[in-house]
Design a protein around this ligand. Structure first.
Ligand code: AMP
Ligand code: MG
Length: 472
């Protein structure tokens, strides 16, 4: 019996300079660790045996209709342009149009070397594979656009990082893997024909109503606006907002050193490699604008006279900060139970965040508890909060059903770092129970499910995770 995936590939039909055809490298002993059968149903993947799934999603068997390839892209990494990156440890197996009517990429991550691997081994270890599985699925359940996790397979091989670690392969599903960096590579090379082909492809796939490169730019901007505002409303720090990790579809992509904040601080950074704090929490809107400016710069290279598009591109990019702030305020208002708008709302929101910073309040639990008497316990010195709460309660007068609005906007559960780290440690020791328990709880993040109260708790002093590491 072979696994039936209804492939319908379009990227493999693009000109050869877009990618390198590359088969996955077989692994020693593929073993299925996790499989997302709900997502598989959406993708039209028929149920199959575990061994079969492990063989395909470990890279040992190429399913019929797959056309594995490594995609080419470039990117600004921490502000510096790298003219060639590309899938160094990932392979696009192909695409399927799901029962949702959406075209999805199916990609293996950790599937062996490609021509773009540079000095890397093309592999991933179990930790980042399970981290991405848990955090991306949690993100999806929170209602935030993201790539999804379809499968995690242990390879039975040892990976060398800080030491010897168990290898794994993640199967990731995305609306596409087009990034800002995909446009940058052809723009930087002066390959205008390829740039035009890519632009048309992206419009057809992601913005069918968009007219021309500037229409695409506008639609990418709008998708990124909603994405960044959503991150800012749940305390998510992506950690590596390089242009190669900035998706044209507006999905969260590349869960490396990402983290959800426990105690709120606007300048919070987790990534061990982000020493200057370029990708700190409150810098994310500005970085998203910077990344869009790089996309604009790449897109205008396809005009006969690029100066024709400069004015429109500038207008599109310059409007972005205001749009992000408006979207962020809309989400934060909902977190406060407010559906109407008042000129004083930004101040009300800023003041609460300031009190949370000073009071070292837990971001998620403070918002969830606002209605309850215990909210003040989140603050080191609750007196400032008490005054703020009086202001807020006055502002709430006349709002319709604020409790219901807040319950939908304030999750009970986020994938807290210390739980993710504990889950990884257990998995490395062969125990997947914490992984499965996290997946169960995080599938319904807005519901205070009995039996999962411990997952709501911030880390104890000994559990605090200070830094997260790039998921290589
Ligand atoms: P990332 O920081 O994960 O977005 O990756 C940046 C670039 O490094 C991409 O081109 C990756 O494909 C490549 N890369 C990361 N890890 C590895 C690895 N273990 N082997 C080969 N290439 C890698
Ligand atoms: Mg990346």
């Amino acid at each position: 019996m072979t696994l039936n995936i209804p492939f319908d590939n379009t990227y493999a039909q693009l000109p050869p300079q877009f990618y390198t055809r590359q088969a996955p490298t077989a692994v020693a002993a593929p073993r299925l660790l996790a499989f997302n059968s709900g997502l598989a149903d959406t993708l039209g993947i028929a149920p199959s045996e575990e061994a079969e799934l492990a063989a395909v999603f470990g890279g040992n068997q190429i399913p019929e209709g797959a056309e594995p390839l490594a995609q080419l892209y470039a990117g600004h990494q921490f502000g510096n342009f790298n003219p060639q990156l590309g899938d160094g440890r990932a392979l696009l197996l192909g695409e399927v149009v799901g029962t949702d009517g959406i075209r999805h990429d199916i990609q293996l991550k950790g599937s062996g070397p490609t021509p773009y691997s540079r000095n890397g081994d093309g592999r991933a270890w179990l930790g980042p594979v399970l981290r991405e599985y848990v955090v991306s699925e949690a993100m999806h359940a929170l209602g935030i656009p993201t790539t999804r996790a379809l499968a995690a397979v242990a390879t039975g091989e040892t990976i060398w990082r800080e030491g010897a670690l168990p290898g794994a392969v993640l199967t990731r599903v995305a609306r596409s893997h087009l990034r800002v960096g995909t446009f940058q590579v052809f723009a930087a090379r002066g390959e205008t024909a390829a740039l035009k082909t890519l632009t048309d492809y992206a419009i057809a796939r992601h913005a069918p109503d968009a007219r021309g490169p500037m229409g695409l730019l506008r639609s990418v901007r709008d998708a990124q606006v909603e994405l960044i505002a959503a991150w800012m409303s749940v305390g998510f720090i992506h950690g590596v907002m390089n242009t190669d990790n900035s998706s044209i579809s507006g999905e969260t992509i590349d869960y490396g050193p990402c983290a959800f904040m426990d105690v709120f601080h606007p300048n919070r950074v987790f990534s061990s490699i982000d020493r200057a704090g370029r990708y700190a929490f409150s810098n994310q809107p500005e970085i998203a604008v910077w990344n869009l400016a790089q996309l604009a710069t790449a897109l205008i290279q396809q005009y006969e006279d690029p100066s024709d598009a400069v004015e429109e591109a500038t207008e599109i990019v310059h409007a972005m900060p205001g749009l992000i702030e408006a979207a962020r305020l809309r989400r934060l208002r909902a977190k406060l139970g407010l559906l109407t708008e008042d000129a004083d709302d930004p101040e009300l929101i800023t003041d609460l965040l300031q009190l949370m910073t000073e009071g070292q309040a837990d971001f998620t639990n403070t918002f969830r508890a606002l209605m309850d008497a215990e909210a003040r316990d989140q603050f080191l010195d609750p007196s400032g909060f008490d005054k703020w709460k009086d202001r807020w309660l006055r502002r709430l007068e006349g709002e319709r059903d604020p409790e219901a609005v807040m319950a939908r906007a304030n999750p009970v559960l986020i994938p807290r770092n210390h739980r993710v780290e504990q889950m990884i440690a257990a998995a490395v020791a062969g125990d997947l129970a914490p992984f499965e328990r996290l997946m169960t709880a995080l599938a319904r993040p807005y519901e205070p499910l009995p039996g999962f109260e411990d997952l709501r708790r911030p880390p104890s002093e000994g559990e605090v995770v200070q830094a997260t590491f790039c998921g290589t």
